[in-house]
Design a protein. Sequence first.
Length: 68
Amino acid sequence: MAYVAYTTPSILDRARAVLANVAERRALLRSYKETLNELNSLGDRELLDLGLSRANLAEVAQKHVYGA
């Protein structure tokens, strides 16, 4: 006969998951800001060579970090 054991995550497991999620989101935000700063440091001519404009740099950085 088979037995099934149901386990629920403890409060510590939940707290660890929340902290891990916060850390991951902070890392993504840091990467987004770094990417946006790098793009903003480019000159207009360099942006034009890449096919970008200053109007859509935030969108480009967001897609790069967070995906489409």
